[in-house]
Write a protein that binds this ligand. Structure first.
Ligand SMILES: *Cc1c(COP(=O)(O)O)cnc(C)c1O
Length: 435
């Protein structure tokens, strides 16, 4: 275990930060900044922690789907394909990125609370494996289109089990009141299921839920599993239909800062599997295949962003600002919801850090901050290199062209080598769509 927030981070004797075994100062020289790094070895390791624990503990047929909204570019789907897992997509863009990477689309699940008609046509054109159907309206559209095409489309139904992942008790309001899914508590989930079973051109494969993200609380997945299995047992009693699959969604938390806990994912999965078996015995049902949909916990700690420092401003009695050559355009998460990150002076790790400062972006927006109250060497200045750790999830995928800033490239690190997975957005790229 290293002294850093994740054990793929280290330091050279000369005080340079390393990531995936490579010197970040050298990487910044080679590829320029801002720069997204992705540690492929770590991505594969994170996937295998899930797949090995699931193979060991979960019922037959269980597995994971990588929630690709966390980081969507061709290399990610290639890796998922090679690791033999499925993926979730939520848009035509993600779907066609998977297709372009040669990913087997029969192993793709299409999510979203408002799939347009065009989304549905395109996904069917591409031979998508499953729609995770959000509501009755969407179900009718899918059934009609499958009829027109003379196919039977596999689906899951997305239900809201009424669980708040950040409190202990199951609460009946918060998570029932959601733009996603159809509520169990209101009886609408049962109506939707009966409706799905009455349709000839869809095949109901099971039920889905996703209760939240960055979840550390003890037994969230156990509780959602038991609500979902009880629902499935109720449906079986009423209709005779047996769900072959229960998808419990994603959401396991990751460490962004030293005070965040470590989650032992394998142990978590063992706990959920034991709870699933116990509940199935109580309900006298065969354990269905269990799917999990991790996004963040596959890619977050496989990512790091490098920036070059520009202006440093000291406002006596107020604050010190260290400005960098990126910002909310490549990482909007602090601006959006105050996300915490570990920030390090990548070229000066051996030096004392005594200056409390704010790491500010270059965008024309006061809220363009990457992190507040971080410690840096007192004389940090123009040309120094700063690393923001654990940026593999919801950074590249949330990047924008605000201020017409081009998005940074994504460089993959694997076995001590580096290669470009997504190239830097150039000025020509930014002008490409203007008439
Ligand atoms: C976002 C999302 C996930 C992934 O969540 P993480 O917190 O990144 O693991 C999984 N399933 C669904 C339906 C989602 O919307």
């Amino acid at each position: 275990m290293s002294n850093f927030v994740c054990d793929n981070i280290g330091a050279t004797q000369g005080g340079h930060l390393t990531f995936g075994g490579l010197d970040t100062v050298e990487l910044a020289k080679q590829y320029g900044t801002p720069l997204y790094l992705m540690d492929e070895d770590r991505i594969r390791h994170n996937i295998r922690v899930y797949t090995e624990a699931i193979a060991k503990y979960m019922p037959a047929g269980s597995g994971i789907l990588y929630a690709s909204k966390a980081a969507s570019f061709k290399e990610m789907y290639r890796i998922a394909g090679q690791e033999g897992i499925g993926v979730d997509v939520v848009s035509p863009g993600e779907l066609m990125t998977a297709a372009a990477a040669g990913f087997d689309l029969s192993n793709v699940f299409f999510h979203g609370n408002n799939k347009t008609d065009d989304d549905i046509w395109l996904a069917m054109d591409q031979g998508i494996g499953y729609f995770v159907v959000d509501n009755a309206e969407e179900l009718a559209v899918i059934d009609r289109e499958a009829d027109t095409r003379g196919i039977v489309q596999k689906i899951l139904l997305r239900l809201t089990p009424g669980i708040d992942p950040h409190t202990y008790a199951a609460i009946n309001t918060g998570k029932v009141d959601s733009k996603f899914g159809t509520a169990i508590e209101t009886g609408q989930a049962e109506q939707l299921t009966v409706y799905a079973l009455s349709l000839k051109h869809v095949r109901l494969s099971g039920f889905h839920c996703h209760v939240g993200s960055q979840v550390f609380a003890e037994d969230v997945f156990e509780r959602s599993a038991s609500v979902m299995l009880e629902f499935a047992a109720g449906i079986r009693a009423k209709t005779g239909y047996t769900a072959g699959m229960i998808d419990l969604g994603g959401g396991y938390g990751v460490r962004y800062v030293d005070s965040d806990p470590y989650l032992d994912i394998a142990k978590k999965i063992r706990g959920v599997a034991q709870s699933v078996r116990a509940t199935c015995i109580r309900l006298s049902m065969e354990p269905p295949a269990i799917l999990l949909e991790p996004g963040r916990s596959i890619v977050a700690d496989a990512g790091m962003t490098l920036y070059t420092v520009g202006t440093v401003k000291h406002i006596p009695g107020y604050r010190n600002y260290v400005s960098i050559d990126g910002g909310m355009s490549d990482n909007p998460r602090y601006a959006l919801y105050g996300a915490r990150y570990t920030v390090l002076p990548a070229d000066r790790l051996n030096e004392e850090r005594k200056m409390v400062c704010t790491l500010a972006g270059r965008c024309c927006e006061s809220g363009d901050v990457i992190q507040d109250n971080i410690l840096m060497p007192e004389d940090i200045g123009r040309g120094d290199l700063v690393a923001v750790c654990t940026t593999g999830a919801y950074n590249y995928s949330m990047a924008s062209n605000y201020n017409r800033i081009g998005r940074p490239p994504v460089v993959m690190l694997q076995g001590g080598e580096s290669r470009i997975a997504v190239r830097r957005e150039s000025l020509d790229d930014l002008l490409r769509l203007d008439i």
